[in-house]
Design a protein around this ligand. Structure first.
Ligand SMILES: Nc1nc2c(ncn2[C@@H]2O[C@H](COP(=O)(O)OP(=O)(O)OP(=O)(O)O)[C@@H](O)[C@H]2O)c(=O)[nH]1
Length: 387
């Protein structure tokens, strides 16, 4: 091995090391199914890098002799990468039939240009086009899919499309940069070094993006854990306060109304049907509340059988109509877990929220009003007196 070959091995070795980092990252999140894409991407790093490393040590004659074997590594690796990216973007698996067809056509072309008519340049064209076509399989759906709202995800999305374009372009540039015939040893050429550098840069770029996305996912799920009630997945008090602060702070979705609702005689549900059945009722009530409000409104469970809503862009009379509708839906809701004679009702208190600073006072007022609704006979709404 000469110095040039040693140097050429650093790029594939670096990409393999990055692949191992992705495997380690998957290991940390292995319980989550959504982290599986990291294994596909890691395979997409390791397999082509093995081929690239082996090829870096070969003469032109050896490249020809081993072309089918190394092509299988490239095709399998890039197919894995495409599959990983498709899973990451949530657009489903890529078609294995199309993958097999592209791979078969590429291998046939390589067979012809290595065994029947040895042509290095033509083999490079075939391989780059084959790999580019594999990457284009998810790229077509990614292109059509709605762009992710998140900036980091959008960058990942565009980078993958860029990678597919890079491979297709590489097929074209090979024709310009590498003389079709002549004494050049491909793996000693500037083109080969540029290709190694390109692969390393893309691998580093994707790893950084994927790791940043993974870290953000872990952070978000921890924040979610902290801010949500595990039983109903609604916001808990802390999550509600954080979200309400952000919502009231931006000032755009006002005026706001706070609603406190408390299930009536919930203790009887637990006593008659058991705690598990009570939990199911809490989940059903949560779903109903979520369905009956707008997407930007907040729905929280502050504990026990007490729920809190923060409705935006409403005045007290419209808020009362929303709560009235919830009350009626609650009465009509089929609850198979309860005995037929048992109905679920709630008592509500409603108060306007003037400013971010007065949210706590409004919640207290809505709470007092819901208590008053209980005292007045339950299954009713008490509204803050108009100023
Ligand atoms: N199943 C279940 N029950 C809960 C949960 N949290 C609180 N509870 C029960 O909710 C019941 C609340 O009872 P109370 O505060 O007496 O209120 P209530 O029976 O609804 O009566 P009113 O509010 O006066 O109509 C208690 O029995 C709690 O054990 C929970 O997460 N799951």
């Amino acid at each position: 091995m000469n110095a040039h070959q040693y140097f050429s091995l650093t790029a594939p070795a670096g990409v393999i090391a990055l692949g191992m980092v992705l495997v380690a990252c998957w290991w940390v999140q292995r319980r989550s199914r959504s982290a599986r894409f990291l294994l596909w991407v890691a395979a997409g790093y390791v397999l082509p890098s093995l081929a690239m490393g082996l090829q870096s040590l070969m003469s032109n004659a050896q490249l020809s002799q081993w072309s089918l074997f190394t092509a299988v590594l490239y095709l399998a690796g890039l197919w894995c990468l495409a599959q990983g990216m498709a899973l990451r973007a949530g657009i489903g698996s890529i078609s294995w039939q199309a993958g097999a067809l592209i791979s078969a056509a590429t291998l046939a072309g390589l067979y012809y240009h290595s065994r029947m008519h040895d042509d290095l340049w033509a083999r490079m064209q075939w391989l780059n086009l084959g790999v580019g076509a594999l990457l284009l399989l998810p790229a077509r759906r990614l292109w059509r899919a709605r762009l992710p709202a998140d900036r980091l995800e959008r960058l990942l999305h565009w980078s993958f499309l860029g990678l597919a374009a890079y491979h297709v372009l590489r097929a074209a540039t090979a024709a310009l940069l590498v003389p079709a015939h002549g004494p050049i040893v491909l793996t000693h050429s500037g083109y080969w070094l540029a290709m190694l550098a390109g692969s390393l840069l893309f691998a580093i770029w994707f790893s950084v993006l994927l790791l940043a996305c993974s870290m953000r996912t872990v952070y978000m799920s921890m924040r979610d854990e902290r801010n949500r009630d595990p039983l109903t997945r609604l916001l808990n008090r802390r999550g509600f306060e954080e979200a309400a602060d952000a919502l009231l702070g931006n000032g755009r979705s006002g005026p706001w109304v706070a609603v406190v609702g408390d299930i009536d005689h919930f203790k009887r549900v637990n006593d008659r049907c058991g705690h598990a059945c009570g939990d199911q009722v809490l989940q059903a009530v949560s779903e109903l509340l979520m369905q009956q409000v707008r997407e930007q409104d907040l729905v929280a469970r502050f504990g026990g059988e007490e729920f809190v809503l923060l409705l935006g862009r409403v005045q007290l009379p419209e808020a009362e109509k929303v709560v009235q509708r919830i009350r009626e839906q609650l009465r009509a809701m089929p609850l198979a877990m309860l005995p037929p004679d048992m109905r679920i009702t709630m008592s509500f208190g409603i108060a306007a929220v003037q400013t971010r600073q007065s949210l706590r006072a409004s919640l207290d007022e809505a709470d007092v009003l819901s208590y008053a609704a209980k005292q007045a006979g339950r299954d009713r709404i008490h509204l803050q007196a108009f100023a």
